[in-house]
Design a protein around this ligand. Structure first.
Ligand SMILES: NC(=O)c1ccc[n+]([C@@H]2O[C@H](COP(=O)([O-])OP(=O)(O)OC[C@H]3O[C@@H](n4cnc5c(N)ncnc54)[C@H](O)[C@@H]3O)[C@@H](O)[C@H]2O)c1
Ligand SMILES: O=C(O)C[C@H](O)C(=O)O
Ligand SMILES: [Mg+2]
Length: 436
């Protein structure tokens, strides 16, 4: 199947006779539609209605699938096409909720005035008490300027809000952290730094998200230096942690020594430079990189990596390939060398699909849906907040990567993102290092 960007649900009616659903599945499969969740909405005496999630390449591809299902005949028909992804976003994905219910006047007086004044006094007299008597130490600001939303580019912070809300949902579910999106209408490093400094008191940490390069580097460095709470740019370090973990697992499983491997990075922006730096810090034989932007190439060289001239040259000369360009289909199957490990991490569409990379001879291949910073940032912040850490350091990040490797089942590259153990293990490892 080609790149998956288009997700819709087909509401399909079939006569309630065994074998009819198989006909539908065959028609969809023959056109390379990828079936997801299937829900039976109604089983009637005469007909059955199912809601089938489909991933396909584009609208034209979907229409072909609909036509093919309708062409089966015998009473099988597509009733409607719905957009479950859009529906799931109606009203937004997050909501600020109280942790206490107010059922009586007594509750009201405890939660609100006059009782609350006493707590304000306690904090005024000893500001550290805010850690216990407010939610500040459990809240992380998710800050974006909208300049590098996934691989969609500079689409602005409001269009990027669904991604930020998504990160907030993940923070809540996997780490019990309140993630609060902050949308900035400036990308100027001075203004971003000033703004975040002025709002940081309400948060225990700052997650910078989808802020483009090169301004993301200056913004993160300055905020880390000026704030005494953990600051992390997810696209840099969250991604680097998960990439390091998947590279370690791939090497372990294919009997390759990472220390003897030449690793090639395609795209040296926020994610690519951080991945290169982390792999060099961990220890690889050589780190090579390519980018269409000269400044980006120079940054890799400044950090000790070697620059090559083309994607083709990189593909020819490296054992392990990581790509973070935002350009779908950049790696052609004919560029893949037998036995290579290929992590094409751009979202929403990869530089090469894992299926195509494996078919072209890769030993291991994954995309950005699998190797995703979801496995890193919730646990990293949980661990840092638990330890009351003032910053997130390299040793904390390496410990997070090792915890991901240890949580990975044999045969897999990374753990399943819904496995709660991985987030707990990452948090525990980060907390341990922060406290040491
Ligand atoms: N899987 C994950 O967890 C994860 C995490 C972070 C970013 N990403 C993905 O990585 C991509 C890049 O994100 P980013 O934040 O680093 O963006 P970025 O804009 O900072 O970096 C992209 C870099 O790719 C380079 N580039 C673009 N086209 C190129 C080409 N044809 N050849 C060589 N270089 C090229 C650009 O010059 C730039 O330096 C996005 O698609 C994003 O979704 C994935
Ligand atoms: O948001 C994701 O899925 C991962 C990453 O942060 C990205 O920008 O692609
Ligand atoms: Mg991102």
């Amino acid at each position: 199947m080609g790149q998956v960007q288009f997700m819709r649900n087909l509401i399909i009616e079939t006569p309630s006779v065994p074998g009819n659903f198989a006909k539908v599945a065959k028609a969809i499969g023959e056109l390379e539609g990828d079936m997801g969740d299937i829900q039976t909405i109604k089983v009637g005496t005469l007909t059955t209605i199912r809601d089938i999630a489909i991933s396909c390449s584009n609208e034209a591809h979907l229409l072909k699938i609909v036509d093919a299902v309708n062409a089966i005949g015998g009473g099988i028909s597509v009733h409607a096409v719905t957009d479950d992804v859009l529906q799931a976003h109606e009203g937004g994905k997050i909501h600020m909720k109280g942790r206490m219910e107010i059922r009586s006047l007594g509750d009201l007086r405890r939660v609100y005035t006059p009782g609350v004044a006493n707590v304000c006094e306690v904090i005024k007299n000893d500001p550290d008490q805010a850690r216990y008597f407010t939610g500040i130490s459990n809240s992380v600001a998710i800050v974006t300027d909208g300049t590098a939303i996934l691989g969609l580019g500079n689409i602005g912070p409001v269009a990027g809000m669904p991604v930020m809300e998504g990160k907030a949902v993940l923070f809540d579910q996997f780490a019990g952290i309140s993630g609060v999106p902050i949308l900035l209408d400036t990308s100027d490093p001075d203004q971003v730094v000033e703004t975040v400094k002025h709002i940081h008191k309400g948060f225990g940490g700052i997650l910078l998200e989808d802020i483009g390069s090169p301004h993301c580097f200056e913004i993160e460095e300055r905020l880390k230096a000026e704030l005494s709470i953990p600051v992390m740019h997810d696209d840099q370090h969250g991604t680097a942690v998960v990439t390091l973990a998947s590279v370690i697992s791939a090497c372990q499983q294919s009997g390759v020594e990472l220390a003897d491997s030449v690793v090639g990075q395609i795209g040296l922006g926020a994610a690519g430079l951080a991945i290169s730096r982390m792999l060099m810090e961990y220890g690889v034989k050589e780190m090579r990189g390519v980018d269409r932007n000269e400044e980006a190439r120079n940054r890799l060289a400044d950090h000790g990596g070697s620059v090559v001239d083309s994607v083709e040259e990189l593909m020819e000369t490296c054992d392990i390939i990581v790509a973070t360009t935002g350009v779908a289909g950049l790696i052609k199957p004919e560029m893949v060398r037998k036995g290579q490990i290929i992590l094409a991490l751009s979202n929403p569409n990869a530089e090469i699909t894992p299926e195509d990379a494996l078919a072209a001879g890769a030993a291991f291949a994954a995309d950005g849906r699998l190797v995703n910073n979801i496995l890193g940032f919730p646990g990293i912040f949980r661990g840092a907040l638990n330890a009351n850490a003032k910053e997130i350091t390299y040793p904390m990040l390496i410990a997070a990567a090792q915890a991901i490797v240890e949580s990975t089942k044999p045969g897999d590259l990374v753990p399943h993102p819904l496995d709660p153990n991985v987030h707990q293990n990452v948090a525990a490892a980060v907390e341990r290092v922060a406290n040491s």
